[in-house]
Ligand binder design. Structure first.
Ligand code: 5AD
Ligand code: SF4
Length: 479
C-alpha cells in the first residue's frame, strides 16, 4: 500500500474562505439595494459528471454569497464557465462562448466573467485567455475550487483580473456547500485525480494525483442525503477502483461500498468510472451481495485490440477484458454494461479496428460512448508519428456507431411489453405530461402516470421502445 499522502485543506483555510464568502455577501447585498434584485449567476458546465458536480459546489458557494441564478448568458451578472479539455472540440466550444461574451461586457460593465475547470489547468490556455480574452476577469483551476469566495472577492472589490491555477496536488477540501441539481439523485465524489496516465488522456495532468476522501466524510454525506430524501447516489471518481490506495487503514472501493450499504438506508447506489485493470473479485462480490448496488457497470474498454491497448497504457489485454466481463456476468446475470471507445488512436490499423468491432459484437454493451481520438498536447500519444487520416477515422467511427446502435436497439427491444421497476426522478424535461426515471440497469424510462410519483419506485409497463429510452405507463407504486 502507498504511504498516506492526501491531506485535508486546513480548517484555517476553510474558515478564511467563509470570511471571504461573508465579504462577497455584503457586496451582493449592496448590489440588491441599488438594483432592487439579487445579482444573478449563470454557471455553464462542459464535460463529465465530475464537472457537473463541481458546478454544484460552485453554485453552493455562490448561493451562500447571496447570488441568485439564471439560465442564460444575457440576464447574468456573473458568468462562470466550468470547462473540459478531454477533447479539442470541447475547448473550441468554450472559446467560442467566451469570445461571444465580449459585447455583453460592454453593455453591462459590472458583469464578471470567470473560466474554471480542466481547461484552465493548462498554462498555454491561461496565456491565451490573458492575451486574447480581456473580457475574462477570473481564471481558476480544479485544485482551488474551494477558494472561489476569496478569488471572486478580489475581482469585485479590487476591479482586477485574477488568474489562480497554481496548485497543491495532494489536498481534499471538505465542507464546501453544494447546491444540487436534483432532489432524488445526487453525485458524491469519492476520489479526485488519476494516476493511470493512459497515453491519450490529459486528465492526470489537469486533475492531478489520485486523492481519496476519508470514508467517514463520504459516509456523513450519504447519511445527510438520505435525511434530505435522496434515493439514489452515484459515487464519482476518475477511477473509483483506486479508492483508498492513498489512505491509511486498508480501505478499498469494495470496503467503501460495504460501509455505505451497511450504514445508510440509501436505496440505490451507482458508481463510475471503473478501470478494467482494477476490477477485483471483492468488488464483483460486493455488487452481488447488496441489492442496493445497481446491477450496472460502466467499464471503458477504449479498444478491442491488445496491441493498441498496450500503446494506450491500459494494462489489460482484449482477453483479460473479456474475462472480466465474463466474471461480472457470472455473478451478476443481466447486468447492464456500458463502455467508452476511442476510434482513430495513432497507429490504429484496419485490423485493430476490426478487433474493436468484434469485441463490441461479443460483449454486446447496453450502450457505448464512442469518441474520435483527439490529440492532446502534453500527452505521449500526441507525439506518436502515425496519426490516422481524418476520413479513415470518420468512416470507422460511423461503422462503430451503426453497430452499437443496432445492438442497443436489440437489447432495448427485449423490453417491449415488459414490466420494469423505475425510480421516478420527476417530470420529463422534454414532455411535461410524462414522468421520467431510470431502471436499475440505468435505462431511461418515460411514462404516463395519473398521479405524481416523483421519488417513488414504481412498476411501469413498457409499450414503446427507442434506441436510447423506453416508454410506458404506470402499473403500480412499489414504495
Ligand atoms: N481523445 C478521444 N477520447 C478521449 N477520451 C479521453 N481522452 C481522449 C482523447 N484524447 C475518452 C476516453 C475516456 C472518456 C471519458 O473520454 O474514452 O474514457
Ligand atoms: Fe484518463 Fe485513463 Fe485516467 Fe481515465 S483512467 S482519466 S482515461 S488517464
Amino acid at each position: 500500500m502507498k504511504k498516506s499522502s492526501t491531506v485535508l485543506v486546513s480548517p484555517e483555510e476553510m474558515e478564511k474562505q467563509k470570511q471571504f464568502s461573508e465579504l462577497v455577501y455584503a457586496k451582493t447585498l449592496e448590489f440588491a439595494a441599488e438594483r432592487g434584485r439579487k445579482p444573478l449567476a449563470f454557471v455553464r458546465t462542459f464535460g463529465c459528471q465530475m464537472n457537473e458536480h463541481d458546478s454544484e459546489k460552485i453554485s453552493g458557494m455562490l448561493e451562500q454569497m447571496g447570488y441568485g441564478f439564471c439560465d442564460g448568458f444575457d440576464e447574468a451578472d456573473l458568468i462562470i464557465m466550468n470547462t473540459c479539455c478531454v477533447r479539442e472540440n470541447a475547448e473550441e466550444k468554450v472559446f467560442g462562448h467566451v469570445g461571444s461574451l465580449k459585447g455583453l461586457k460592454r453593455e453591462k460593465p459590472w458583469l464578471v466573467t470567470a473560466v474554471c475547470g480542466c481547461m484552465t489547468e493548462q498554462p498555454h490556455i491561461v496565456e491565451e485567455i490573458k492575451k486574447k480574452y480581456k473580457n475574462v476577469d477570473l481564471v481558476f483551476g480544479t485544485h482551488n475550487l474551494h477558494r472561489l469566495p476569496e478569488l471572486l472577492y478580489r475581482v469585485i472589490d479590487g476591479g482586477v483580473r485574477v488568474y489562480e491555477t497554481s496548485r497543491t496536488d495532494n489536498e481534499v477540501a471538505e465542507g464546501v456547500p453544494v447546491k444540487r441539481c436534483g432532489n432524488i439523485h445526487a453525485w458524491v465524489t469519492v476520489m479526485y485525480g488519476c494516476d493511470n496516465y493512459c497515453t491519450y488522456c490529459i486528465v492526470p495532468y489537469v486533475r492531478g494525483h489520485e486523492r481519496s476522501r476519508r470514508p467517514e466524510d463520504i459516509l456523513a454525506e450519504v447519511k445527510e442525503l438520505c435525511a434530505l430524501g435522496y434515493k439514489e447516489i452515484t459515487l464519482l471518481g476518475q477511477n473509483v477502483n483506486s479508492y483508498g490506495k492513498d489512505l491509511d487503514g486498508g480501505m478499498d472501493f469494495a470496503a467503501l461500498l460495504r460501509l455505505i450499504c451497511e450504514n445508510t438506508p440509501i436505496p440505490r447506489i451507482r458508481f463510475m468510472t471503473s478501470h478494467p485493470k482494477d476490477i477485483s473479485d471483492r468488488l464483483i462480490g460486493v455488487m452481488a451481495e447488496f441489492p442496493q448496488i445497481c446491477n450496472q457497470l460502466h467499464l471503458p474498454v477504449q479498444s478491442g485490440s491488445t496491441e493498441l491497448l498496450k500503446r494506450m497504457n491500459r494494462h489489460y489485454t482484449r482477453e483479460q477484458y473479456l474475462e472480466t466481463v465474463k466474471k461480472v456476468r457470472a455473478v451478476n446475470p443481466g447486468i447492464s454494461l456500458t463502455t467508452d471507445i476511442i476510434v482513430g488512436f495513432p497507429g490504429e490499423t484496419d485490423e485493430n479496428f476490426e478487433d474493436t468491432l468484434s469485441l463490441v459484437e461479443e460483449v454486446r454493451f447496453d450502450q457505448a460512448y464512442t469518441f474520435i481520438y483527439s490529440k492532446r498536447e502534453g500527452t505521449p500519444a500526441a507525439k506518436y508519428p502515425d496519426q490516422v487520416p481524418e476520413e479513415v477515422v470518420k468512416e470507422r467511427f460511423d461503422r462503430l456507431l451503426a453497430l452499437q446502435n443496432r445492438i442497443s436497439r436489440e437489447i432495448n427491444d427485449r423490453f417491449d411489453g415488459a414490466v420494469v421497476e423505475v425510480l421516478c426522478e420527476g417530470l420529463s424535461k422534454t414532455n411535461i405530461e410524462r414522468y421520467t426515471g431510470r431502471t436499475e440497469g440505468n435505462k431511461i424510462v418515460n411514462f404516463t402516470s395519473p398521479e405524481n410519483v416523483t421519488g417513488r419506485t414504481v412498476k411501469v409497463k413498457i409499450d414503446n421502445v427507442q434506441t436510447w429510452s423506453l416508454e410506458g405507463s404506470l402499473l403500480e407504486i412499489i414504495s
